[in-house]
Design a protein around this ligand. Structure first.
Ligand code: GLN
Length: 190
């Protein structure tokens, strides 16, 4: 199995490290080109700055190739800015990939200084959730499963082969369980 992390901006190295920590036989590679994208079985769109990321994805001609592969069933996981890019609706902005039936509000928890760590449920696990200028999910479509909630707000959702988290599991470097969960989504596709 080969897993890619979109490596244009944001937390890339942390994701790569955590993927291989689940299983050394899994190849984890940065993705910057169409050929690299074609070679992976699943893709992580990391957190960072969604405005920058969308510009870079356009510039690297990766918008259509990513959209087409996800529509064809490639598992994808968007964290934070990645969630924003996947959402069907972004308050005050035009949506980007429109692949995930949720609405989001960017920077809804406040400024950088209001970033925080919380504990909460993710699927059947109890994990640490690091929120860094996170988006808030304000609506969840009927075919979207809520995997995690913080303060009554969904923070982890899944729509079939599409996973999205408002928080950053890659920051908690000793805990690879959310990565393990995503890898099992890829495995079940193969
Ligand atoms: N605030 C960023 C944005 O709106 C997301 C932050 C993050 O990915 N940690 O794009």
């Amino acid at each position: 199995m080969k897993v890619g992390v979109l490596a244009l901006q944001g937390s890339v190295a942390e994701h790569l490290k955590l993927i291989t920590s689940v299983n050394k036989k899994i190849e984890a590679v940065p993705v910057r080109t169409v050929d690299e994208l074609a070679s992976v079985d699943g893709l992580i769109i990391p957190g960072g700055e969604s405005t920058t990321l969308r510009k870079l994805i356009d510039e690297f001609d990766l918008f259509t190739p990513i959209k087409v592969r996800v529509e064809a069933g490639m598992p994808v996981w968007g964290t934070c800015a990645g969630l924003i890019l996947l959402a069907n609706k972004i308050e005050g902005e035009r949506p980007y990939f429109s692949l995930l039936d949720v609405d989001v509000v960017r920077n809804a928890y406040g400024r950088q200084i209001n970033s925080f760590v919380a504990e909460g449920d993710f699927a059947d696990m109890y994990i640490n959730m690091v929120f860094i200028r996170a988006p808030k999910i304000t609506r969840v479509g009927g075919n979207v499963e809520v995997l995690g909630v913080h303060d009554g707000v969904p923070v982890a959702v899944r729509q079939g082969h599409i996973l999205a988290t408002a928080f950053h599991p890659e920051v908690v470097s000793r805990d690879n369980r959310v990565h393990k969960y995503f890898l099992s989504m890829i495995e079940s596709k193969e």
